[in-house]
Design a protein around this ligand. Structure first.
Ligand code: MN
Length: 259
């Protein structure tokens, strides 16, 4: 089992994302890791897969395209990419660490269940590899502070080097979109509340048929202390340990009394 975050200087790191192989965030992630990691591999979706969640492609074939020696794109989801990376592309030299992102936009609160960025790290975790997801909480991609995100990827990964992650646990890191000197610190948080899709747009196509478009509006609570949302609202970097085991243990007790 490879559950310990490795010594980065000798680590083989697999990078993936959900914004696609050409996204600015994955380039920032590569720049950060090339400074600190022994070997950097990129296996990422060919096209944007945001909100793909932890989906696997089962009803069509997948292709892997080699871009350069350690860089590949996959015609599938983030989960497909990590699975193909570990079982095919890197099968003779498996990664020691999986890093996903840097996502264009936060993955806060309930976002983690829709997020392809977090799902890539979930897949790494399921393959018993220490895995970390990074997102930049940017409202405006054109003005995004990728340099802040890049610097904090380096800081966070260096700090967690040597740490053992329990089986089924990954780290979800959200970085505020501000100049680096305005970051107020690194805080350990829990998932807040941020329900996407409260706004549903309705229209008619040229043939007069109705269509629906899920909007970006969110019902979120930035005031709840100790949450990811509250921390990034104060320009802190948020680290939330997420468990793949979604069981709600107190409810088991309640249900056992009923049944
Ligand atoms: Mn995305």
């Amino acid at each position: 089992m490879r559950d310990r975050v490795p010594d980065l200087s000798i680590a083989r790191v697999l990078i993936s994302n959900d914004d696609g192989i050409d996204a600015p965030g994955i380039k920032a992630l590569q720049r950060a890791l090339k400074k600190i990691a022994g070997e950097v591999w990129v296996v990422a979706p060919q096209t944007e897969q945001s909100a793909a969640g932890h989906s696997l492609t089962l009803r069509r074939p997948l292709r892997i395209h080699k871009i350069s020696k350690h860089k590949f794109c996959v015609t599938g989801t983030p989960t497909d990419s990590v699975m193909l990376a570990v079982h095919e592309v890197m099968k003779d030299s498996p990664p020691d660490l999986v890093v996903s992102g840097i996502n264009r936009g936060g993955n806060l609160g309930e976002d983690v269940t829709y997020s392809g960025t977090v799902a890539a790290a979930m897949e790494g975790t399921l393959l018993n590899l220490p895995s970390v997801a990074f997102s930049l909480v940017t409202p405006d991609e054109a003005k995004a502070h990728w340099e802040t995100a890049e610097a904090y990827v380096e800081k966070v990964l260096t700090r967690i080097s040597g740490l053992t992650l329990p089986r089924g646990v990954l780290l979800n890191v959200n970085i505020p979109d501000c100049p680096i000197d305005q970051v107020t610190g690194i805080e350990i948080t829990r998932q807040g509340r941020r329900k996407i899709g409260c706004e549903l747009l309705k229209g008619h196509d040229p043939k007069g048929q109705p269509y629906f478009w899920i909007g970006a509006q969110r019902d979120e609570d930035k005031t709840l202390k100790g949450t990811d949302l509250e921390a990034v609202s104060r320009n802190a970097v948020s680290i939330t340990p997420l468990s793949l085991d979604l069981t709600h243990r107190p409810m088991m007790k309640t249900l056992k009394e009923v049944f």
